[in-house]
Ligand binder design. Structure first.
Ligand code: ADP
Length: 481
């Protein structure tokens, strides 16, 4: 079967229960074919909207006074519904509770938390507001909510009387009970999550932590994947997000043939050195600083042997911790370049702009080493994209943090697993990867690509929707938002 047929088949699989789905996420895809698509979520959900008639609701990117009507437009078979979030609560919700409290806590980095009780109020208010807007679509068969922005959204929907299966997929990790304890109102938050019929996590590690948190903080037990609360049953399951490996492989071979200008100038800049690549949002969870230090060590041991192309797209730029991190990474890059570079050769090429998926695929393929070293990550799609884009006859090697969700999919015989806080370990792995014999590279790569093909992003969304459909509800109580 062709790739298109295969995709049709999978979308059909997602539709099997013939579900009219409402999808809610903080951001929605731009749906502009000319714009580079960042993120795998758009790739996963766009086909659900375009071809299977789902409604996708999320922020319009504009702020309002809370009275603007939903901007609903058609997209393929489905609809996109854009919402102006209320100005009054936006910053407390987005920069505050979601990204300065939940984000660091969920990534087990409590020292990065900047708590403010007021922000929690804004977070609740925005969740209530989004629930109110989603009420417009109460006739849909099921609701699929995405990510940590909306932990209490399911409870808000139920308060309004929505009586359809509601699921949440959490793209981030879930931390251990002692870290969760430091989140203001953590009990209330977790209690509200039990309004969902289905809670999806990336890995077993996350599931185990969530189970431990329920036990410690709410005195509830998960048995056979189900937790029973006053509201009813919540199923907790693992859905490790994937990518579309064929798309990356195709992009990689097509764009290499096209003689991309960036790539040919890159070859000149390498000047005989091998290439390593890092692609991240500029976020302190990504371990970019330690990676650069490690790279300095590789260059000290093997001068001029390797160049690191570090693509770091600025993110959440209003938040102080992100501004500091950006400055810190920039000064580390300059230091390593000053120490190990010359007038005509720079060991770290540092790029901040977005690339198209085709360009990224091509750069992944050009790199002998993919360096993915987050301190903690829900999954890390870059790790999977790097593998998918490799040349089957001459693949590169993945250096992967053992604390990325992807490390539950790829083992020590496949990727080179490292502790992302230890520059020595990362340096040794980069050096081993750069010098690995071809046979070993092929063997490791084959094993990884087989896994990627066995559970693609389309399988992931089909799997979640099928499981959600099993949660047809009987009588249920409500959980206060
Ligand atoms: P996160 O979701 O925390 O940003 P992931 O690695 O899981 O981390 O996903 C990042 C996604 O964004 C990947 O699909 C990657 O290809 C894409 N991406 C990151 N940086 C860029 C960039 N500069 N240009 C284009 N796409 C990017």
């Amino acid at each position: 079967v062709s790739a298109a047929q295969q995709e049709d088949h999978l979308i059909e699989a997602a539709l099997q229960p013939n579900i009219e789905l409402l999808v809610i996420s903080n951001r929605i895809a731009t749906f502009d074919p000319l714009q580079p698509k960042t993120g795998g979520l758009a790739a996963a959900l766009e086909p659900l909207v375009e071809r299977s008639g789902a409604v996708w609701m999320g922020s319009s990117g504009k702020l309002g006074d809370g009275n603007e009507p939903l901007d609903i437009g058609p997209h393929g078979e489905g609809k996109v519904a854009k919402l102006d979030l209320p100005r009054e609560h936006y910053s407390g919700y987005y920069e505050g509770f979601a990204n300065s409290i939940l984000w660091p806590a969920l990534h087990s980095l409590p020292d990065r938390m900047a708590a403010s009780a007021k922000d929690y109020e804004s977070y609740r208010e925005i969740n209530k507001f989004v629930a109110g807007a989603a009420f417009h679509f109460r006739d849909r068969d099921a609701i699929w909510v995405h990510d940590y922005h909306f932990l209490p959204l399911g409870a808000g929907l139920q308060c309004l009387g929505v009586d359809k299966p509601i699921g949440l997929f959490l793209h981030t990790p879930w931390p251990a009970p002692d870290i969760m304890e430091r989140v203001p109102n953590h009990r209330e938050l977790m209690q509200s999550m039990l309004a969902y019929d289905l809670l999806g996590f990336q890995t077993n590690w996350d599931l185990d932590n969530f189970r431990a948190c329920l036990h410690t903080h709410l005195g509830l037990e998960v048995e056979h994947g189900i937790v029973i609360s006053a509201r009813g049953q919540t199923r907790c399951q693992k859905f490790p997000i994937g990518i579309d490996p064929n798309q990356f492989a195709q992009h990689a071979s097509e764009s290499l043939a096209k003689q991309d200008l960036y790539i040919s100038s890159l070859q000149k800049k390498l000047n005989g050195a091998k290439l390593a690549i890092g692609v991240d949002r500029l976020d302190y969870t990504k371990g970019i600083d330690v990676r650069i230090e490690a790279f300095g060590q590789v260059l000290a041991a093997e001068p001029r042997s390797i160049v690191l192309l570090q693509i770091a797209n600025p993110s959440r730029t209003e938040i102080e911790a992100y501004k500091d991190y950006k400055r810190n990474v920039e000064s580390l890059v300059s230091r390593v370049n000053d120490e190990h570079g010359t007038d005509e050769w720079r060991p770290i090429l540092y790029e901040n702009d977005p690339f198209t998926r085709a360009q990224l695929a091509c750069l992944y393929r050009a790199a002998r080493v993919g360096v993915v070293t987050p301190l903690r990550d829900g999954m890390n799609l870059v790790a999977k994209e790097y593998v998918a884009a490799q040349d089957p006859n001459d693949p590169g090697v993945l250096v992967l943090s053992k604390f990325a969700g992807a490390a539950e999919d790829f083992d020590q015989n496949e990727a080179l697993l490292v502790d992302p806080t230890h520059p020595d370990e990362i340096a040794a792995a980069i050096s081993k990867a750069a010098n690995m014999p071809r046979e070993e590279r092929i063997q490791r790569w084959r094993s990884m690509i087989n896994k990627l093909e066995a559970y693609t992003i389309h399988d992931w969304s089909a799997h979640f929707v099928r499981e959600l459909d099993k949660s047809r509800v009987g009588a249920r109580g409500t959980v206060p938002i």
